[in-house]
Design a protein around this ligand. Sequence first.
Ligand SMILES: Cc1cc2nc3c(=O)[nH]c(=O)nc-3n(C[C@H](O)[C@H](O)[C@H](O)COP(=O)(O)O)c2cc1C
Length: 184
Amino acid sequence: MLDDLLQRIWAQLAIPVGPVRNPFRLMQLATLDAHGWPDARTVVLRSVDAGAGALYFYVDKRSAKCAQVSAEPRVALTALSPCGVLQVRLQGLAKLVDDAEQLQRCWCAARDKTQALFRHGAVPGQVIDSSESARATTADGFEHFAMMRIEATALEWLDLAQPVQQRARFERRQGDWQAAWLAP
Ligand SMILES: Cc1cc2nc3c(=O)[nH]c(=O)nc-3n(C[C@H](O)[C@H](O)[C@H](O)COP(=O)(O)O)c2cc1C
């Protein structure tokens, strides 16, 4: 039963952008900043490689989170389904994708709206004169485009919709997931 549950979780995480809604599209990514403070922000889950236990996100390579994961790759992710009763939590190791072909492919496949996010001239988080000045753009955002790959080392599931709340933890050891039910 835990194996089925794990498969169902990855199947939901893998739902691509389209008519079927991925309940975990928006995730909160937590990193550690240079002073050891947790730093959390919302990111869009772009794709997964369920076999490798990996999740992919588009990020601006100038943003704080990129420097943070270079210094400390251990990160946490959490997401809540829109119905508010399913929670997924992950711990994993983050790194920026360095495969130039994969980056180019994803950039070309990205919608214009997504590409536009990378055309801001100012470095994300930089102090600017007014919010209006963030409109200044560069011609092509590809030079700022990066993909973050997070390889999950642990995954937790909480389902509050069940008559008895279900909490399960999966830990990845040598490529295999070890599963256990936990007290909610
Ligand atoms: C709904 C929503 C989705 C977002 N998706 C992303 C995303 O996919 N990638 C990203 O880098 N930032 C995304 N952001 C912005 C981040 O939350 C964050 O403000 C930004 O990346 C700067 O983070 P940092 O300075 O901690 O690196 C999103 C914000 C919101 C509200």
